[in-house]
Structures are given as C-alpha cells and as structure tokens.
Design a protein around this ligand. Structure first.
Ligand SMILES: CC(C)(COP(=O)(O)OP(=O)(O)OC[C@H]1O[C@@H](n2cnc3c(N)ncnc32)[C@H](O)[C@@H]1OP(=O)(O)O)[C@@H](O)C(=O)NCCC(=O)NCCS
Length: 341
C-alpha cells in the first residue's frame, strides 16, 4: 500500500447497499398490541409500517446482506477490505464485535474490525472514522455498516416508544477518491448530559442482568420523546449547516438531503430551518420507522437506487441520537472514474 505520511488523501463512497427483514408490522397491527391508533402514529411521526426481524435474525445477518450488495456495486471483493466498522446499539452479543462476525462471514479473516456505538448517529460517526483512515493512508478499502435489530430492545408495552422503531441494515464501501470528490467535510459532537433522555438501563456493567432487571423491564429502551424532539431539530440544523460551511457550500447548494429518519416532523423542521426544499429531502420513514444507525445508509441506498443521486451531486447526511450525539457529512457523489485504485 502507498503509505505517504503527512499527505491526506480524499475518500468517498464506492458502493451502497441495504437490507430489511421480510416481516411488516403495520400501524393497524400495533393497534392490536397497545392503546394507539394509525391516525396518532401517522400524524405525530409519519410512520405507516416498519420491518421486524425474524426470531433467528441478528444484526450481523442484515449487515451481511447489505454489505454483499455494497461490495458488489463497488466492485470490491471481501478479501480486499482492510477495515470493517459496524455501527450498532444492538450487536449480536456484547463481544466479540459484530464487525468481526460480519468480516468472517464475508470471507475475510485479516481485516481490522470493530463496532462503534454512537446511537442513531453511529453510521455518520463510522463513515467519518473510515474516511479518515483512508485519508491518512492507514487503510485502502473500508466497509462501513449500520445494522440494528431494535425490535429486541423495544418495550412492546410502551406505546410512547414502540410505535417508532424498526429493523434494518445499510452499508457503504469506501475507497480513495480524486481530490475534491467524495467526502468533503464532517461534523461530529456529543453532549453526555442528555444521556438520560434516550437509554437502555440494564445489561452493562452499571446494572448487570438479573431476574429483577428483567422483571422491571430495564433491558428495554427508555425515551423522553419531547426532549429528544427539541434537541433533534436544533442539532440537525446546526450540524448540517456547519458541515455545508466546512465544505465551502451553502445549504442551498445541497442536491440531496438525507437526514436520520426518526420523525417526519423533525425532518421537515430541520430542512425548513436550513432552507432546503422538500423535493431535495429523502424520506422513507413511512416504510421503515426509525432504524437507528441503519436509517441513513438505508435511505442513502434507496435514494441511489431510485436515481436521486448522480455523480457530482452534493449529498448531505445528518443524524442525531442517544448520547446525546450528532453528526453530519457532505460529499460530492463520485463517478467511477473518480476512484483512485
Ligand atoms: C414520541 C413523539 C412522536 C411524541 O409526539 P408528541 O407530539 O411530542 O406527543 P406528546 O409527547 O405530546 O404526547 C401526546 C399524548 O399522546 C400520548 N401518546 C404517546 N404515545 C402514543 C401512542 N403511541 N398512541 C397514542 N397516544 C400516544 C401521550 O401519552 C400524550 O398523552 P397525554 O397528553 O394525555 O399525556 C415525539 O415526541 C418524537 O418523535 N420525539 C422524538 C423521538 C425520537 O426521535 N427518538 C429516537 C431518537 S434517535
């Protein structure tokens, strides 16, 4: 590998892929499970249905499928990968890392691999880490995945949160790019003082699993929805405009705005603060709900598949999530000719 200390390389996305489980859970299904209504869910969140994993499906299963598609589209073989990062809050198990499981199942037994946890901002964090690794010359072909089985940490008796979430995975293969193309800027941040508005209390070293923690439902996600909402609109608008500025752009220069899919009102409020018209906003929350770190790469892959992203387009990804965390990145979508082999 051409490792040239001190000279940073451009990097970009060579291929994207996604995967969702087959089972569809509609708002009408939820009406049978908790005291809610299709009208409430749609008017408050925009969600109509979400996908739910089969009992034997774990985060690595969806990650694997999304990764194979991304690798195929990138024209990169699994053996060529030298780094695999999986962003997730629902890993297969506490350890080993889901990234190691994915790399092995792809047929790669030498790449560096680790999981990254930054709540729903996980994919933007992982993309930033991966692209910086390419920039320094440390790695050449990086697989970045967001994969979640949120259904296994959702409290199906809590109507305020269970209507929001779904399961999915999205993946991107990163490689070197011609200067001025690919990833142009990043913004990442966190404020741990907001840790108590979105968290899962038990199962870690603070509150290890006991019969009592299971009985008191401490292994499910807890959320103060209103507080998350207020934070989300501010954090998305602020980090998106900062990422645009760092790329030397105005929000109005953005061709495709891909926000974390948590709530259609959060998405439209952030777009309106940025002055980005709705036709440039990618929204698939009605189909999948909030899939945490999978939501941005899932929306990105679908936007690409639907021809909404062309080479040369300025694409802005922005997320927020548990931590609290936030992050945004701007890229100039690459053509195949702009890859540096
Ligand atoms: C959760 C969320 C949809 C609630 O929407 P909202 O407009 O803020 O609704 P409110 O919290 O004001 O709740 C209004 C009422 O609906 C009730 N309610 C909550 N969930 C309900 C449901 N599924 N069905 C029917 N009623 C529900 C509440 O109990 C409340 O009743 P009350 O006024 O009698 O107390 C919204 O706050 C949200 O999306 N927050 C962000 C969550 C998020 O993104 N989390 C993940 C971040 S990565």
């Amino acid at each position: 590998m051409d490792n040239n200390p001190g000279v940073l390389r451009a990097s970009g996305i060579w291929g994207v892929g996604s995967s969702v489980p087959e089972r569809v859970l509609t708002n009408a299904d939820l009406e049978q499970m908790v005291d809610t209504s299709d009208e409430w869910i749609q008017s408050r969140t925009g969600i109509q249905r979400r996908r739910i994993a089969a009992e034997d499906q774990a985060a690595s299963d969806l990650a694997l499928e999304a990764s194979r598609i991304a690798l195929d589209r990138a024209g990169v073989s699994a053996e060529e990968l030298d780094l695999v990062i999986v962003a997730t809050v629902t890993p297969d198990m506490a350890f080993p890392a889901t990234a190691c499981i994915v790399a092995d199942r792809l047929g790669n037994n030498s790449a560096a691999a680790f999981d990254l946890e930054a709540g729903c901002t996980g994919f933007v964090y992982a993309l930033t880490v991966g692209s910086q690794m390419i920039a320094t010359g440390a790695f050449n072909r990086v697989l970045v995945v967001g994969s979640e089985i949120l259904s296994c940490i959702t409290d199906w008796e809590d109507r305020a949160s269970c209507v929001l979430f779904g399961d999915a995975a999205g993946a991107a293969v990163l490689g070197p790019a011609l200067p001025g193309t690919g990833i142009l800027s990043h913004v990442l941040g966190s404020d741990g003082s907001g840790g108590d508005v979105l968290y899962m209390p038990a199962g870690g070293s603070r509150l290890p699993a006991t019969e009592e923690t299971v009985a008191s439902r401490q292994h499910f996600l807890k959320m103060k929805g209103g507080e998350v909402f207020k934070f989300a609109v501010r954090a998305m608008a602020r980090s998106a405009s900062e990422a645009a500025a760092r790329a030397g752009l105005e929000p109005s220069d953005i061709d495709c705005y891909i926000p974390h899919q948590a709530n259609n009102r959060i998405i439209t409020a952030s777009a309106s603060r940025l002055g980005i018209p709705l036709e440039k906003v990618v929204m698939n929350i009605h189909e999948y709900g909030n899939t945490s770190s999978a939501s941005i790469p899932l929306a990105l892959a679908e936007a690409w598949e639907n021809g909404r992203i062309e080479p040369g387009d300025h694409v802005l990804l922005v997320g927020f999530g548990a931590g609290l965390t936030w992050g945004a990145t701007v890229m100039k979508w690459m053509s195949d000719e702009e890859r540096v082999l």
